[in-house]
Design a protein around this ligand. Structure first.
Ligand code: CP3
Length: 356
């Protein structure tokens, strides 16, 4: 069977009956599936070792290394899914945007996007721009078997915020100045990013990713009406473009308590929730028929084990009360200084507490 045939019939994938995919579809599960945003990365000594002397963006283009880094947390923690090791700026780099990831800072853009001419940097992405993604995912799914691989991309708004600011920001002043002051330019910017993002997700699904997550990490900085008017159409376009594959689509942002309904409405099957809103309340804000992902505060992992268990029980109880499919995760990424043993213990604890 060719890859495109197998992805157009998701029930033929070896991962179809995994706990993760069942939970995303709101079906009965043997135990609550667990994975962690940023599970691959600096919290793991084995990651620091293999990355020594290799720049972040270079590492994303080395399929054997990507495979190794992606598998590290699966081996160590026994999580229910792998997340493809990459970064949200990889597709931008692949189409020729001059950018770098500065350790301790984040993505930095050489020529920030401020004018119509600057948009020329953002041509559509072709599968041939990212051969290393197809290759790495092929290697990974062969090794992972029945364990799902989650593909991901940055959402148009979060990508736009880096492109317009030129780097990480707390206030998004240039981004919002464009959104409010040059709405047509803004609409074209996020639309171009939607096209690039959808292609990047398609490449990952066609290569064998069983689910995808759209990270709109910084959308929480927006008022709901601004999100609905100026951002949601672009994210909705991304979700619509990948709908026909039938793989679960997860939508996540930080500080999005007031946006949870809209994150679902944009076209997600699963809404990722940060730690500020209990899952039972999130279920009320998210429309019916959607599963939830989350939402232990990642800093709880710095507390003693008894406290971690207590907070985990709260998350599990709230998820049970929500009556929705539940994928256990943190409310945001693993902090780099987290003790990896705390993560391993957390996976075992969630499995033990939720075994059916
Ligand atoms: O395990 C996983 O979750 C997969 C790996 C992953 C990375 N980046 C690897 C990475 C994922 C899912 C991302 C997504 C990403 N990248 C997001 C969305 C997720 C989120 O955190 O909300 C964002 C906003 C980025 C942009 C970005 N890239 C930032 C803010 C940073 C941190 C810079 C720093 O050093 O503090 C990066 C770099 C990055 N991406 C690292 C890793 C492992 C650290 C790399 C390094 O410095 O060597």
């Amino acid at each position: 069977m060719t890859e495109s045939q197998s992805t157009s019939r998701p029930e033929t994938l070896p991962t179809y009956d995994s706990a993760l995919l069942r939970a995303c579809r709101g079906e009965e599960v043997p135990h609550t599936p667990v994975w962690f945003m940023r599970q691959a990365g600096r919290s793991l000594p084995e990651f620091r070792k293999v990355r020594e002397g290799i720049a972040m963006l270079d590492s994303c283009m080395m399929p054997e290394l990507v495979k190794e880094i992606t598998l590290q947390p699966v081996r160590r923690h026994g999580v229910d899914a792998a997340i493809y090791y990459s970064d949200i700026v990889v597709p931008l780099k692949a189409i020729g945007v001059d950018l770098d990831i500065k350790p301790g800072v984040g993505p930095v853009i050489a020529r920030p996007v401020r004018t119509r001419e600057d948009l020329q940097q953002l041509r559509p992405l072709e599968p041939g721009d990212v051969p290393y993604v197809t290759e790495a995912i092929g290697l990974l799914v062969a090794e992972l078997g029945a364990t799902p691989l989650i593909g991901f991309a940055g959402a148009p708004y979060t990508l736009a915020s880096y492109l317009v600011e030129g780097g990480p920001s707390r206030t998004y002043e240039n981004t919002k100045a464009m959104m409010y002051g040059a709405p047509e330019l803004w609409a074209e910017l996020v639309d171009r990013l939607a096209v690039i993002t959808a292609s990047f997700l398609k490449v990952q699904i066609e290569a064998g990713a069983s689910a995808v997550q759209l990270f709109d990490s910084w959308a929480g900085g927006l008022a709901p009406e601004d999100y609905r008017r100026s951002v949601m159409p672009a994210s909705a376009k991304v979700f619509a473009e990948v709908a026909s594959y039938g793989v679960p689509r997860i939508h996540f942002g930080v500080g999005t308590g007031e946006l949870l309904g809209l994150l679902g409405e944009a076209g997600a099957d699963v809404v990722g929730v940060d730690w500020r809103v209990p899952l039972a309340e999130a279920a009320r804000r998210v429309g019916p028929g959607k599963a939830l992902q989350g939402n232990l505060d990642p800093t709880v992992l710095f507390a003693p084990e008894a406290a971690v268990r207590e907070k985990t029980d709260e998350v599990l109880a709230s998820a049970a009360a929500s009556g929705r499919g539940h994928v256990f995760n943190l409310g945001h990424g693993v902090h780099p200084t987290t003790d990896p043993d705390a993560l391993t213990k957390l996976v075992a604890y969630v499995h033990e507490r939720t075994e059916r």
